[in-house]
Design a protein around this ligand. Structure first.
Ligand code: NAD
Length: 490
């Protein structure tokens, strides 16, 4: 059955007067499962106005009261975890286990933001000058928005929403039009959590809907997660319009494997990083750099792990990897593999032209390994966003770090070793904001900022934790003196 996906504006569900609707596809079966409204500019303005009206009272609501519906939302999400995970798998393709894990990572942000009465505290100095006190307060901004990508439809909205509303802002989500069904269910639960009308809203759509949010003067801050070209566009348009912006972009994540690493563990972890979520993670390992004697053993083991990974529909319990998101994605990924092959790269494990029985219409690309990829080539420098691991080799740790630091992106870099000295050198010198040591997906938990660098991030304050609190508040400093003290001063 094809489900019609609506907006949630000022506490009600609406088709936003949209004349344009887009199909939502199950990437494993190839079937249309939903149809989503493309919210026009006028309807976006109505949502922003409703958000602003709600903000006038919400900002005066004590933080301790503002977090009560967040506790309720956490309980509702936990009670509906499996159901939400099934929706994620159906529209996004990842395995059920991966979908559960992403929801849990999202819920952790609700837990952190629920500490807002303490997190939002300012600071002060009594007698900063004789008889004069100075205080810093944090105040909310107004209406804020988040524009999110397809690959974590449950988790990424929760990188922003809990912090935004707990700090006293009103929040509008614009999810990816390719996976709007998870947000639709999330908002049915938000509706039950007890937030006042207009505090949290959902508008669906694509570029035009985003542009309407970026241009509206009452939208004060924009959070974005997605590809680097769109991150750059959104950052420049939002900031040119005087808004705060935090824009997390794409990635090309290298992992370095030293000969002293535990090879079995390393192979397992790197395979999970490269092929988990079909390589559609911004923290997926996409380049493996072996050092010295690690080359032969790691190559042999990772090739076995790639070839034996069980690919299929994410709700089948034996499945270890699902499909890629669209037919266009599949064609683009296969094109990059073909181009590499034509330029002389050896396709050690080839995931093209494979299918899954019973799901012949799915967007299947099986795990693929490209061997001895030149550092300047397309597969070594371009975000493929599919289950393709490019292999390179270095003679020393220094040479490996130089290869890591030659990239334009800076989302993640990892090293596998049992040497503390090599690990420390890597941690210190790697030009990336999230670093893993014997970790394959160095995803900061909600208590830490998600710290992409370089072409992977545009802005100052990242998602999650204290960065979220700072991003969604403006500081106000009050300097005060009172008459009795005035007379004592002079
Ligand atoms: P995308 O950039 O195509 O879309 C992201 C969002 O931007 C969607 O909501 C989409 O509707 C909107 N959008 C797309 N084109 C637009 C345009 N021209 N103008 C305005 N809005 C536009 O990204 P995607 O394909 O959905 O997601 C995959 C990308 O996201 C990958 O590059 C991945 O690395 C990145 N990502 C990054 C992080 C991170 O934390 N750095 C996390 C997850 C995903």
């Amino acid at each position: 059955m094809v489900q019609r996906i609506l907006d949630y504006v000022n506490g009600s569900w609406t088709d936003a007067g949209a004349s344009d609707f887009l199909n939502v596809w199950n990437p494993a079966s190839g079937a249309a499962i939903g149809s989503v409204a493309m919210t026009p500019r006028e309807a976006v303005a109505q949502a922003v106005d409703a958000g602003f009206a709600a903000y006038l009272d919400w900002r005066r609501t004590p933080a301790g009261t503002r977090i009560q519906p967040l506790f309720k939302l956490k309980a509702l999400l936990e009670a509906h975890l499996d159901e939400l995970a099934r929706i994620i798998t159906d529209e996004c393709g990842k395995t059920f286990k991966e979908s559960v894990a992403e929801m849990q990572r999202g819920i952790e942000n609700i837990e952190v933001a629920s500490g807002m009465p303490a997190l939002i505290q300012g600071y002060n100095n009594e007698d900063i000058a004789r008889g004069i006190d100075e205080h810093m307060f944090r105040q909310p901004l107004g209406v804020v928005t988040a524009i999110t990508p397809f690959n974590f439809p449950g988790m990424i909205p929760l990188w922003f929403l809990p912090y935004a509303v707990a700090t006293g802002n009103c929040f509008i989500l614009k999810p990816s039009e390719r996976v709007p069904m998870t947000s639709a269910r999330l908002f049915e639960l938000i509706d039950q959590a007890g937030f006042p009308r207009g505090v949290i809203q959902l508008v669906n759509g694509g570029k035009d809907t985003v542009d309407a949010l970026l241009d509206h003067p009452l939208v004060k801050a924009v959070s974005f997660v997605g590809s680097t070209p769109v991150a750059k566009y959104i950052y420049s348009r939002a900031t040119a319009n005087g808004k705060r912006a935090q824009c997390q972009g794409g990635a090309k994540n290298p992992v370095v494997i030293l000969p002293d690493a535990d090879m079995d563990m390393t192979t397992r972890i790197v395979a999970d990083s490269a092929f988990g979520c079909a390589g559609q993670r911004c923290l997926a390992a996409s380049v493996a750099i072996t050092v010295g004697e690690a080359r032969n053993i790691f190559t042999e083991q990772i090739a076995d792990a790639a070839a034996s990974r069980k690919v299929g529909y994410g709700l089948d319990s034996a499945t270890e990897m699902g499909p890629v998101i669209t037919k266009d994605s599949k064609a683009r990924i296969e094109g990059i593999i073909a181009g590499a092959q034509q330029s002389g790269v050896n396709v050690l494990v080839d995931g093209r032209q494979k299918t899954v029985s019973g799901y012949e219409e799915g967007n299947w690309v099986f795990p693929t390994i490209l061997q001895d990829v030149p550092p300047e080539s397309v597969p070594a420098t371009t975000e493929i966003f599919g289950p393709v691991l490019s292999m390179m080799h270095a003679a020393s740790v220094e040479q490996a770090i130089a290869l890591v630091n030659a990239r334009a992106f800076g989302n993640m870099a990892c090293i596998f070793t049992s040497s503390g000295a090599a690990a420390r050198q890597f941690r210190y010198e790697a030009n990336a904001g999230n670093v893993g040591i014997n970790i394959g997906v160095a995803a900061p938990m909600a208590f830490f900022p998600f710290s992409g660098w370089n072409e992977s991030f545009f802005g100052d304050l990242h998602a999650q934790s204290h960065h979220g609190v700072e991003f969604y508040t403006q500081t106000k400093v009050v300097v005060e003196r009172w008459p009795q003290e005035w007379s004592r001063q002079f």
